[in-house]
Design a protein around this ligand. Structure first.
Ligand code: SF4
Length: 409
């Protein structure tokens, strides 16, 4: 149900956003919906997520619907090319709840007919009936958080599922007709050897996970974040993660093995089975595009401004229910920061890189005027590749991506 009283933005404010930004206002936007609930908290996790709050879920879903409806003016005149439900564990929501959230998106925004609609799924607790009902809601892409197929790795990571459940989830998704499926794997967990990581990759590439080859793979390097139980265990010497060189070796192992299998390495941490099967939603982030962030702790970025919603689900719900703004802060992005971010994000796209014409249209200044010296230095060092139209990371630059990106910020 629409709730005009909580509208955080008026059409006038939406226009002001567009006027204040030299962005490409006609470009399609995306919507990220955060589901901050998990069955338990994994010891390495520092996401905005909570366990033991099942009773809050119906109230939260209602608040998300209200925030979506109230945010419609922000994307006035623009279409939406992707919706991503991430977490947390969005698959803790029932298909009915997911359907209500997507229904609010459809009734509030110009959702493209072929929009990519992704749901993150944990391998446990899902079956073919769940996936079949999901497809009915309009979800057309599923991202399964496998993390590893090693039993020892799953225990080290404190995950609740077993490797067999990853296979069962993939099989169930395929049985239900999920045609676009991604797997997430983590590498660099304490005790992981190159052999163990290679086995994970080989198992996936041999279609031995649920009997099918996924369309997409995301490989994330485990970062032991301060304040997590895993950081405590590392500090006490109970767990020993690989050092930077060993983690880089694991990354290179993946690059080579997936290249040999013919996969497209289209983004720093993402591969697709074929070109064109990359994540549209994430591509929008890497192009420094506009997206709404809906839900507790979600970040949004529209028309040269970004914001973050209240972190705590209960605080978020209360704000929405009282007709207050769900955002805890709003920032106007200074033009030099926006240009640096376009570079930092765009360089992650290994095939596309940063498009010079697009950069000029977006920022009103050419790539060379903005960053000519830095680009030439990095090309001379063999860290960037330059063509007439684009700037992209070289293989060497990929291994030093953080240092390269730092030159633009
Ligand atoms: S399931 Fe994912 S989001 Fe939830 S606690 Fe574990 S790592 Fe964090």
């Amino acid at each position: 149900m629409r709730s005009p009283s909580i509208a955080p933005f008026s059409p006038e404010l939406a226009r002001t956003h567009a006027e204040g930004a030299p962005a490409l206002p006609a470009e399609a936007a995306g919507i990220y919906v955060h589901v901050p609930f998990c069955a338990h908290i994994c010891p390495y996790c520092d996401f905005n997520t909570y366990s033991g709050q099942d009773a809050l879920v119906p109230r939260y879903v209602a608040a998300v619907e209200q925030e979506i409806e109230a945010s419609a003016p922000l994307l006035f005149g623009r279409s939406v090319a992707s919706v991503f439900l991430g977490g947390g564990t969005p698959s803790l929501l029932s298909p009915d709840e997911i359907g209500r959230i997507l229904g609010a998106c459809r009734s509030s925004f110009d959702l493209q007919r072929d929009a990519e609609v992704t749901l993150e799924v944990n391998p446990n607790g899902v079956d073919a009936a769940y996936f079949a009902n999901l497809l009915e809601t309009g979800v057309n892409r599923v991202s399964i958080g496998a993390q590893t197929l090693s039993r020892r790795g799953l225990r080290t990571l404190g995950r609740l599922h077993e490797a067999e459940q990853v296979g069962a989830a993939v099989q169930a998704a395929r049985t239900a007709g999920v045609a676009n499926l991604s797997l997430d794997l983590l590498f660099g967990w304490p005790g992981q050897t190159p052999d163990a990581f290679g086995r994970d990759l080989d198992t996936v590439l041999a279609s031995a996970v649920g009997g099918s080859l996924p369309e997409h793979l995301s490989l994330y390097s485990l970062i032991v974040e301060p304040g997590t139980p895993m950081a405590d265990a590392v500090a006490r010497g109970v767990l020993v993660p690989p050092d930077d060189d060993a983690a880089a070796d694991l990354y290179e192992l993946a690059i080579d093995r997936l290249a040999n299998a013919g996969w497209a390495h289209y983004e720093v941490a993402n591969w697709s089975r074929e070109s064109g099967l990359g994540s549209r939603h994430n591509r929008l982030y890497w192009r420094n595009g506009d997206y709404l962030g809906i839900g507790a702790g979600a970040h949004g970025h529209v028309g040269g401004r970004r914001w973050m919603n209240h972190l705590l689900p209960k605080t978020y719900c209360q704000a929405i229910e009282r007709g207050e703004d769900a955002r805890s802060n709003v920032e106007t992005i200074p033009p030099p920061t926006a240009m640096g971010e376009t570079m930092m994000l765009g360089l992650r796209l290994l095939e596309d890189g940063v498009d010079a014409a697009r950069f000029a249209a977006r920022h009103g200044i050419s790539l060379d005027e903005a960053f000519g010296t830095a680009i030439s230095d990095l090309v001379d060092l063999g860290l960037l590749r330059r063509s007439a139209d684009t700037v992209a990371l070289s293989r060497r630059g990929l291994m030093l991506a953080n240092d390269v990106c730092a030159r633009f910020l």
